[in-house]
Design a protein around this ligand. Sequence first.
Ligand SMILES: Cc1cc2nc3c(=O)[nH]c(=O)nc-3n(C[C@H](O)[C@H](O)[C@H](O)COP(=O)(O)OP(=O)(O)OC[C@H]3O[C@@H](n4cnc5c(N)ncnc54)[C@H](O)[C@@H]3O)c2cc1C
Length: 300
Amino acid sequence: MSDWREDLAAVCRGEVRRDEPLAKHTTLRIGGPVDAWVAPADRADLAAVRAFCHARGILSAPLGAGSNLLVKDGGVRGVLVATDHLRALERTGTVIRCEAGVSTGKLLSVATIAELGGLEFLGGVPGSVGGGLLGNAGTYLGEFKDVTTEVVSIDAAGREIRRDNPGCGFVYRGSALPRSEIVASATFALRPRPRAEIDADVRALRDRRHAREPKKVANAGSFFKNPPGDFAGRLIEACGLKGRRQGAAEISAVHANWIVNTGGATAADVLVLVELARAEVEARFGVHLELEVKVVGEDR
Ligand SMILES: Cc1cc2nc3c(=O)[nH]c(=O)nc-3n(C[C@H](O)[C@H](O)[C@H](O)COP(=O)(O)OP(=O)(O)OC[C@H]3O[C@@H](n4cnc5c(N)ncnc54)[C@H](O)[C@@H]3O)c2cc1C
């Protein structure tokens, strides 16, 4: 029987891996296999891969650095398109344009060296530019919404779509960017700022994070969005859930909004803790916690 993945490998100029374990591609180190993990060589290749999948009726979805993802234990059917090779970046004056696979750390460092302010909020926030835009990643210093002027994405059929800032519909830890599209590149408008000032802000942000966040354990950052006027971590902690374990998953004893993998946890373990935290916070405070982490895939 012919395997569509052979045809896909013939179309894609980048990498194609079959039955790739997604635990290798997520910071939580959890996740079953995807039918095909594909890393297109460039933007044209990305469009070709999407067009191929569309024509065959195969689902294709984006994967960035996997730092905000919980992949279920049965893995993902279809294709995950990794942006690993989309790394071009150019600066013209105070404007930086870059592709979706550029890491947030690289973007911040290019801006810092060029003495351009506006991206300080990225200090210590892992991930790719594409994932950051989809979730409007940010900290108390700002978010992608503040600096983004244009986002270019590729739709399921392989066509290019351009959006200005309002067209992206950025909200707190989210956007209206359609889930059927894959961000290919974006443009950021920055402002001149002395490097010493940028460094001081980023250092303060990193120090603050260092003091509050669990270390040396696989994680995906905050699991829940903060409800209006409050903090998810405070509510979960007030329910006495800090340190609660299910298998090798744990509601971190350091920060209650982080569910960590202490080694060998399954997605099912993590989801038990997610539902526990939600149920207890709802019962005690009447607050519904919304997930910040994206859950994908199917149960084993
Ligand atoms: C230690 C740690 C600290 C963190 N701190 C913060 C923080 O302070 N603030 C914050 O906001 N977040 C934080 N996060 C979460 C995470 O860093 C961000 O959400 C990040 O922007 C996710 O980017 P990613 O490339 O890893 O996306 P992924 O995890 O790969 O994907 C996340 C979502 O984005 C989609 N996506 C990925 N690439 C694209 C693309 N090119 N086009 C369209 N959709 C795409 C995926 O399909 C998925 O739905 C933290 C995570 C960790 C592990």
